[in-house]
Design a protein. Structure first.
Length: 389
């Protein structure tokens, strides 16, 4: 029986050896790998378990046994049905007992012994396979990444957050584009605090403290944005972001991130890796954005990002040939389009008045209908609209 495996280890040699033994012997395939085993690991594991509901986890405790046990225990608390195989050099009864108490179903000694590895695989194959049902209780993270400046990334992110909030979801909007800081502009918002203060206090956040740091838009969602000063951008780190997202998905139903256009920045890459889905935005009227998307996808694949969670969204699209506009069939051939959104003057009109276009059902027209279809597709269905304040 072929099984999907999730491998968690900061050691590339360990991950490579697991791949070789699993795939070489026909036990299954490695569906996901994690080299970062911090507090937010369980979020990424749950996201992959939703795609591979009968997967098994192999967890390397050797690099840091104490931290590894805590991380593995949190994974098992969030997903108790996930079959987990712990691995370490220490094989005495105390270490194995600690692993079992943390949730391990089996144990692999390092360095691997061929016979023991085979026996562990056989026990796994005999174990009842219980698919995880009901979905994760954690909130979803949606990151919007621009293939180039000016393609409409912020507008799509802002309107996604607004529509989810109007559908009575608890939503937080996070702006990681420190250079542009466009979210507050498009919402005509202002805040006394920024992501810097949130990052400095991320270890002691509770709902009251967090909501005191952010601004609430009148549509109902919260906004966490950069400071006005560009000189301070480097003080908000990837580690802070991962800890913040761990807090947010435990307390809110959706987190929408404006990732700007730089996937090579550590904070943006951390957001992409932590996201349920990342939407790479191109614009059919901007030819350079198509090549930009190809570069982004190549970079992210090389960085080890699961490209199955990257979806291309075409802004201002048209299936009909238009002079001076990239042919839609060419884009589809080069990028495999997830969704297309038509051009409409209501987008710029909404930006000019500082409000999401999706709020105005009377004027949003074809774009409004298409945009609601996009949000339905990424969330799995629609919910009743709340009245906008």
């Amino acid at each position: 029986m072929a099984i999907d495996f999730i491998v968690a280890s900061p050691d590339e040699a360990f991950r490579a050896e697991v791949r070789r033994r699993i795939e070489g012997a026909g036990h299954g395939r490695v569906a996901a790998e994690y080299h970062e085993l911090g507090a937010s690991l369980y979020i990424r594991v749950l996201q992959d378990v939703e795609r591979h509901p009968e997967a098994a986890l192999i967890f390397d405790l050797a690099p840091d046994p104490d931290a590894g046990l805590k991380s593995m225990e949190k994974v098992k608390q969030a997903s108790p049905e996930l079959y987990t195989i712990a691995s370490n050099y220490e094989v005495d009864g105390e270490h194995i007992l600690l692993a079992v108490r943390a949730g391990a179903n089996d144990f692999l000694t390092q360095p691997f012994d061929t016979l023991e590895f085979q026996q562990v695989m056989e026990r796994l194959e005999r174990a009842p396979r219980r698919a995880i049902t009901g979905g994760s209780r954690l909130g979803k993270v949606y990151t919007f990444l621009g293939a180039k400046g000016g393609v409409g990334t912020t507008a799509l992110a802002v309107n996604t957050a607004a529509l989810l909030a109007l559908r009575k979801k608890q939503v937080v909007m996070v702006d990681l584009d420190w250079a542009a800081n466009d979210v507050v502009m498009q919402l005509n918002a202002a805040s006394q605090h920024s992501l810097l203060e949130i990052g400095e206090n991320v270890g002691r956040l509770d709902l009251s403290l967090f909501e005191g740091f952010v601004t609430r838009d009148r549509a109902g969602f919260y906004i966490a944005s950069p400071p006005d000063s560009l000189e301070q951008a480097g003080f908000f780190t990837e580690h802070m972001l991962r800890d913040l997202l761990t807090f947010l998905v435990e307390h809110y139903e959706a987190v929408v991130i404006d990732g700007g256009g730089r996937p090579d920045e550590d904070v943006v890459l951390g957001a992409i890796e932590s996201s349920t889905n990342t939407f790479l935005v191109v614009n059919q009227r901007i030819r350079e954005s198509i090549a930009g998307a190809e570069r982004h996808l190549a970079y992210l694949a090389g960085a080890g990002v699961d490209t199955g969670r990257l979806q291309v969204v075409v802004n201002e699209y048209s299936r009909q040939p238009v002079e001076g506009v990239v042919n839609y069939d060419e884009i589809q051939r080069r990028l495999s389009v997830f969704y297309g959104l038509p051009s409409s003057p209501v987008v710029q009109a909404g930006i000019n008045r500082g409000r999401p276009f999706i709020e105005d059902k009377q004027t949003s027209g074809e774009l409004g209908r298409a945009f609601k279809g996009f949000v339905d597709k990424i969330t799995g269905g629609k919910a009743p609209l709340a009245k906008s304040a």
